[in-house]
Design a protein. Structure first.
Length: 135
């Protein structure tokens, strides 16, 4: 369920400030599908497989296809999003320099579908832990 929400609903939001807003506007929102389609084809296919397909197949076929747990990368994706959000302003300052702040600033936030995805990840890890404990 979390993957479907994140694929179809806006999951990341960027707010821009400074002179750049005249050109690109103040807000941009992206779903996972938007991010996949903006990526090179090979990367998009790989990301779609490990963030969407493997977790869904794992959940639907648990415990038969337990090996798919190794290919479920939604948790790594979610952690990368959080780390990216924390470092976004520092990265922009590093690339453009502090003197460019009046011209370009970006702030990002996770939207509700990524929190739902996080909840489904907790269930996934619970199932994996239970399987390992019962061996």
């Amino acid at each position: 369920g979390g993957v479907v929400c994140a694929l179809t609903q806006p999951a990341l939001k960027y707010k821009f400030t400074g002179v750049i807003t005249v050109i690109i506007g103040t807000d941009k929102v992206y779903s996972l599908w938007d991010l996949f389609t903006a990526s090179p084809l090979a990367l998009a296919i790989c990301c779609f497989a490990v963030i969407c397909v493997a977790p869904v197949l794992f959940a639907l076929s648990f415990p038969k296809l337990r090996f798919l747990a190794a290919w479920c990368s939604s948790d790594a994706f979610l952690l990368a999003c959080i780390a990216g959000l924390i470092q976004l302003e520092d990265f922009i300052t590093f690339i453009l320099g502090a003197e460019m702040r009046p011209f370009y600033q970006a702030h990002a936030e996770l939207l509700w579908p990524l929190y739902v995805l996080g909840g489904t990840l907790l269930v996934q890890w619970f199932l994996i832990g239970r399987t390992v404990a019962n061996r």
